[in-house]
Design a protein around this ligand. Structure first.
Ligand SMILES: Nc1ncnc2c1ncn2[C@@H]1O[C@H](COP(=O)(O)OP(=O)(O)OP(=O)(O)O)[C@@H](O)[C@H]1O
Length: 361
């Protein structure tokens, strides 16, 4: 029997992924990474639900204390990033540095198992012509998580299964009910796990970063108001600026040196281009020259056509020029590029690569 480790968060998706693989005849071992204290997914509640699921399926369950890894790679990364005036993206970083790599290592080294599965909505296929593992959008585009998985290296993708990639969330709930899983009716997690655990990103950051008042200025430097710390602001933000104006104001920039939040009208939040770093090439090999692709500059953004030009030999830094200027290009977030526009899989749904947006020059 083929053995496989399934990452269990205690939610309906990973429960169903485990049940499907178990039903298909895999010898499933449940692994829950203990990421932080508190209630919610990935915390105490999630661990109990995961343990109960393993009891229902009569499979072994391992809990791996990953709190230090989570603290270093996610909590510190977020606090440092927000403190420096950027808006870091924790989920792709968590997938690469906390979940997939370490879980695969644990599976291999501690359990002698070389395959892992999760309840992510995305698809992986092997291309025999290029020898690469290609990452594709989920069949259920409304649940697609490929954006958060762009940073997985080939040697990890080669060992990963996504049993839910071809089905819709409604089907997942139906399958969970058919298998009588106690998690079948469990409500959807609405937010980032950290936000669920702390109430809001503001509450989370306020635990680590002291208030540091400064000026809110317009693009000519005129002082319009006061802020209580640049870490409470992100590019494109409209709410909570607290400055009265005839036209709605948006955050267009954060000047760390001057401790200023710069605001302007909606048009000034549009950028014709940006640069990205720490690029990971996924479904295609590192290109030696410019390529055209559909770039998704934020999780829920529509992918838009753009030209990508490598800025170094190994194409780990790129300049992206959008065909049309884009709203809210935010340093710290990931830009992920696909071979299609995400509206129709027949026009291309492969993740070609992705990288972290750098601070605007
Ligand atoms: N603490 C954890 N330990 C092990 N695996 C995890 C953990 N958290 C998440 N995963 C895996 O990553 C997948 C996606 O996680 P995400 O946080 O997006 O949860 P989700 O989509 O709400 O899924 P679920 O319903 O399973 O919680 C989960 O389905 C699970 O397989």
């Amino acid at each position: 029997m083929t053995k496989i480790v399934v990452g269990l968060s205690g939610g309906v998706d990973s429960s169903t992924a485990a049940a499907i693989l178990h039903h298909q005849g895999y010898e499933v071992v449940g692994v829950t990474l203990w990421l932080m204290k508190g209630k919610g997914q990935c915390c105490s509640e999630g661990m109990v639900d995961a343990a109960r699921l393993c009891e229902e399926l009569e499979i072994p369950h391992h809990i791996v204390d990953s709190r230090d890894l989570f603290q270093e790679n996610i909590v510190d990364y977020l606090v440092e990033g927000y403190g420096a005036g950027i808006t870091p993206l924790p989920c792709s970083q968590c997938n690469r540095a906390v979940k997939f790599g370490p879980m695969l290592r644990y599976a291999k080294e501690e359990l002698g198992i070389d395959a892992i599965a999760t309840g992510h909505y995305a698809r992986i296929s092997h291309n025999p012509e290029t020898g690469r593992y290609e990452l594709r959008r989920a069949a259920d585009l409304s649940k697609d998580q490929s954006y958060f998985l762009y940073d997985l290296p080939q040697d990890v993708l080669a060992h990963v299964h996504f049993p839910l990639g071809d089905q819709t969330k409604t089907e997942t709930r139906r399958v969970a009910a058919e298998f009588n899983l106690h998690t079948a009716e469990k409500p959807e997690s609405q937010d980032l796990c950290l936000i669920e655990a702390h109430g809001s990103m503001r509450d989370f950051l306020d635990k680590y970063l002291a208030p540091k008042p400064g000026d809110i200025v317009d693009q000519s430097g005129r002082v319009l108001g006061q802020h209580d710390g640049i870490h409470h602001y992100t590019i494109g933000q409209r709410r909570g600026i607290g400055v009265a104006a005839a036209e709605p104001l948006y955050v267009v920039g954060i000047d760390v040196g001057r401790n200023q939040v710069i605001v302007g009208d909606r048009a000034s939040v549009h950028q014709p281009e940006c640069t990205v770093q720490r690029v990971n090439w996924v479904s295609i090999a590192t290109p030696s020259g410019p390529i055209r692709a559909f770039v998704q500059p934020r999780y829920r953004a529509t992918p838009v056509p753009a030209t990508l030009v490598p800025l170094n030999d190994d194409a780990t830094r790129l300049k992206i020029t959008f065909d049309e200027p884009q709203f809210g290009i935010t340093p710290g977030q990931a830009a992920v590029w696909y071979d299609g526009d995400g509206q129709d899989a027949t026009r291309g749904d492969r993740v070609l690569g992705g990288g972290i947006i750098e601070v605007h020059p």
